[in-house]
Design a protein around this ligand. Structure first.
Ligand code: DAH
Length: 372
């Protein structure tokens, strides 16, 4: 066999190939699995050692030079194609760029991020619980037994009886307080003697209620501290520090009023002083000053012994405080929105107006935007 002639013929065909498709077809025909040159390589196996010694290098050299020629042809055609493209494609840099459509961070998400950041500084972790709760976690464990009048205050959305689980009626949680119970029970599981707890639990809650200031779904943030020797002073300082940081005002003045919640004892309602500026209520200063007033901000108190017990802790050893705040209301107060329903209408114009840029505002989550 005349390997030199085979090589010359193959190289001539490669040189003739006009486009990348032709080069690839040649590669398959000559060097592919059942290509003609690959076939020659296979004949080595059937040769005597002497023959193989004489012919082997020739066949390998043949393969090598064809393979190299194919590679070069491919490179040349590719770079010619690129040159041709560059020659006829031009970019008009004077055209205005298309504005990238970008979503905004909803004020509720923004406020939840702010809360998580403020409380992280105070040593609080973020806890969560299910929105579909059972009667025990939502009511009973929080010292709201079956016939308790406080149940009526909650206008609960119940699931049909057939959906009961482990003998418990299921419902949409009416507040974030059940996360208190879940957090305590979890803590006791990993630490049977109990352990200090500092959490906030932001999330959705549901009540059958709808007007300008009530929507069937809204947001709360729960706070819970369980430790030894916790007293009202800790609660007062924590709320004051949180509200001053959140509203970014040192002059926030709080008024603590006795109240009643089944899960706290004593229970305290917290009001903040406001002034009326340009017809709007603006937090700051004492509510007793002329032209000022007090507005109710949140519910709180020392955790009821029965709740500490339901959470698996020994109430003689562990004490705590808790609070619950409406997140939507905090957002409305801080950012000056007056209709709660607009929060959940999903009107893009409202979101563009009141939403936050994911890039400008430092938040824990960075919002929903894509970072550049
Ligand atoms: N769960 C109460 C509600 O939804 C709010 C609340 C009040 C939570 C006092 C607390 C608390 O943790 O201590 O109306």
């Amino acid at each position: 066999m005349d390997y030199a002639a085979t090589r010359d013929e193959a190289l001539a065909r490669v040189a003739d190939a006009q486009d990348l498709g032709a080069v690839e077809a040649l590669r398959v025909e000559l060097l592919g699995k059942s290509g003609s040159i690959s076939g020659l390589l296979k004949t080595l196996g059937g040769m005597s050692p002497e023959e193989r010694q004489a012919l082997g290098p020739q066949i390998h050299a043949l393969r090598e030079s064809v393979s190299q020629a194919l590679g070069e042809a491919k490179d040349q055609l590719e770079s010619a194609a690129l040159q041709a493209q560059l020659a006829h494609e031009t970019v008009d840099l004077s055209l205005p760029a298309c504005e990238a459509l970008r979503g905004t961070v909803h004020p509720v998400s923004q406020v939840m991020d702010e809360l998580a950041e403020i409380f992280a500084d105070l040593g609080f972790a973020v806890a969560t619980g299910p929105e579909i709760e059972d009667d025990w976690h939502n009511f009973t464990a929080l010292n709201i037994p079956e016939s308790h009048p406080a149940r009526a205050m909650h206008d609960t959305f119940y699931f049909p009886d057939q959906m009961a689980q482990v003998g418990q009626k299921m419902l949409l949680r009416t507040h974030t307080s059940p996360v208190q119970i879940r957090t305590m029970l979890d803590a006791v599981k990993t630490n049977p003697g109990g352990a200090p707890i500092r959490i906030i639990a932001p999330g959705r809650v549901y009540r059958s209620d709808s007007d300008a200031t009530h929507t069937p779904m809204f947001h709360q943030v729960e706070g819970l501290v369980i430790d030894k020797g916790i007293h009202l002073g800790h609660l007062k300082w924590t709320l004051e520090t949180f509200l001053k940081a959140f509203f970014e005002r040192e002059d926030i003045v709080l008024r603590l009023r006795p109240s009643y919640f089944p899960f706290t004892e004593p229970s305290i309602e917290v009001d903040a002083g406001f002034a009326i500026i340009n017809g709007k209520r603006v937090l700051g200063g004492s509510g007793d000053a002329p032209g000022h007033g007090w507005m109710e901000l949140l519910g709180s108190g020392m955790v009821n012994r029965k709740v500490i017990e339901a959470g698996g802790f020994d109430p003689d050893e562990w004490q705590g405080f808790a609070f619950g705040v409406g997140v939507d209301r905090l957002a409305m107060l801080k950012y000056g929105m007056d209709d709660l329903r607009a929060f959940f209408d999903g009107d893009v114009r409202w979101l563009q107006h009141y939403g936050f840029s994911a890039h400008d505002v430092p938040t824990l989550s960075g919002g929903v935007g894509v970072r550049p």
